[in-house]
Write a protein that binds this ligand. Structure first.
Ligand code: GCO
Length: 446
């Protein structure tokens, strides 16, 4: 790999989320979330795993802060668990929940690490799910209330905020494909959930400005990149639809105040509608300070009339895969970023997630995760090319600091720079941890 230098002002960091690492699911007044309920249902998570204990970060804050310090990151992306702060979603505030994040945030600041806080990373209070969850418009207003409490409490301490993580997963994966909590298979409900997560985002931004909060706010949508299988017009259209289905569906409303035409047309043809009310787009498209980009994979598609609502099929792509069976496609990362710039202008971008699942054994206290290092190098190379092409990238957060609860795959799909033994909870930095230390120290690859 050739030398590559990022600007000295570039932020290097790592990402985690509350339910995936904290554990302590019933402690200090935390309410139940949809993931507690879902993961305890037989058959929903591989191996019957749950986040009850996870990495036990709730009790190991100091140890995890030391790992971040040793790694040398300038920024740490984590999420706040809504049911720790408001156990029933919209009622009483739980001070002990706030105290946990005080310890984390103050610990980060004491070490000179900037907190990048996600308000919602999928752990909806279960009591809100019982009223329809994200398919209920009121959930967006409950989110606004929760956001206001957290903003005020951390005013001036947290300067970088993300409203919603991966709204595509919150809605389509969870309400139409049934793979994540609450596990529904109802496309109309998914379209409603998708719209309401965007509405929640807009209400959060509006409140942030109204409260004169210092700092910056954005959203972190999923992105993927798909190429057409052939050069035919139909395949090219299918690839555009595939990209709009995941990526543009959430970015176009925020940055342009519209849903992508090709995909909404297919939904409408299928008899599905988006519950847009007057004024929604004004809220959803309020100016944000940065866009968070989560990128892992992509592939190829061909047009397949009659196949599902979108009339396309993903095709076999002879690319190397991670141990999650996702294509390793660094050029897709470059395309996502340059395409965004072309379509939506040069908004500041933080890469809020990028990383890979590889299963490597721990041998004599070491994990030689060479394939993870190769994945990360190739993606940093693509990122660097996009910066050279003028994309306004401000920082890069690797997913993830440590192996953790990988949602419906439980603990069998590790993404960490640090190995976690889920029996003993012992943390062991992998070879990729030392590699990333050097990247951070040298602002890139030497
Ligand atoms: C995501 C999730 C992470 C996952 C990671 C790997 O935002 O998809 O934020 O929680 O663990 O993406 O699948």
């Amino acid at each position: 790999m050739t030398q590559m230098q990022f600007p000295k002002s570039f932020y290097w960091g790592v990402s985690t989320s509350a339910y995936q690492i904290e554990g302590a699911s019933e402690e200090d007044g935390r309410g139940a979330s949809i993931w507690d309920v879902f993961s305890h249902q037989p058959g929903k998570v591989v191996g019957g795993d749950t986040g009850d204990i996870a990495c036990d970060s709730y009790h190991r804050v100091e140890e995890d802060l030391d790992l971040l310090d040793t790694l040398g990151v300038g920024m740490y992306r984590f999420s706040i668990a809504w049911p720790r702060i408001i156990p029933d979603g919209s009622g009483e505030i739980n001070r002990l929940g706030l105290a946990y994040y005080d310890q984390l945030v103050d610990g980060l600041l004491a070490k000179g690490i900037l907190p990048l806080c996600t308000l919602y990373h999928w752990d909806l209070p279960q009591s809100l799910q019982e009223k329809g969850g994200w398919a209920n418009r009121q959930t967006a207003f409950a989110f606004e209330h929760y956001a206001g409490i957290v903003f005020e409490h951390f005013r001036g301490r947290i300067m970088h905020w993300i409203t919603i993580n991966e709204p595509w997963c919150v809605s389509f994966l969870s309400y139409a494909l049934g793979q994540h909590a609450p596990g529904l298979t109802d496309l109309q409900a998914a379209l409603e959930a998708a719209h309401h997560t965007l509405l929640a985002h807009g209400l959060g931004v509006k409140l942030f400005r109204a409260m004169n909060m210092p700092g910056q706010i954005g959203i972190a949508p999923n992105t993927e990149w798909f190429e057409p299988e052939t050069d035919s017009i139909d395949d090219r259209e299918a690839a555009l639809r595939r990209n709009e289905f995941i990526t543009d569906w959430f970015i176009a409303p925020v940055l342009k105040g519209i849903y992508p035409a090709r995909v909404i047309e297919k939904y409408n043809q299928g008899g599905y509608t988006v519950p847009i009310k007057d004024g929604d787009f004004e809220l959803i498209s309020l100016p944000i300070d940065f866009l968070g980009i989560n990128y892992y994979t992509g592939g190829r598609v061909r047009s397949t009339p009659g196949e599902g609502i979108l009339e396309l099929q993903e095709t076999f792509t002879p690319m190397d895969k991670t141990d999650f069976h996702w294509n390793i496609y660094p050029d897709g990362f470059y395309h996502v970023l340059t395409d965004l710039k072309e379509k939506f202008g040069n908004i500041p971008i933080y890469i809020t997630e990028n990383g890979a699942c590889f299963i490597d054994p721990i041998v004599d206290g070491q994990v030689q995760d060479k394939r993870r290092i190769a994945y990360l190098e190739s993606h940093l190379d693509a990122l660097h090319r996009s910066v050279q092409a003028g994309v306004n990238v401000q920082g890069y957060m690797c997913w993830s600091l440590m192996d953790n609860f990988e949602w419906s795959f439980g603990y069998c799909k590790p993404f960490g720079l640090v190995h976690v033994d889920f029996q003993t909870l012992i943390r062991t930095p992998k070879a990729s941890f030392s590699w990333y230390q050097r990247v951070i120290r040298h602002h890139g690859l030497e």
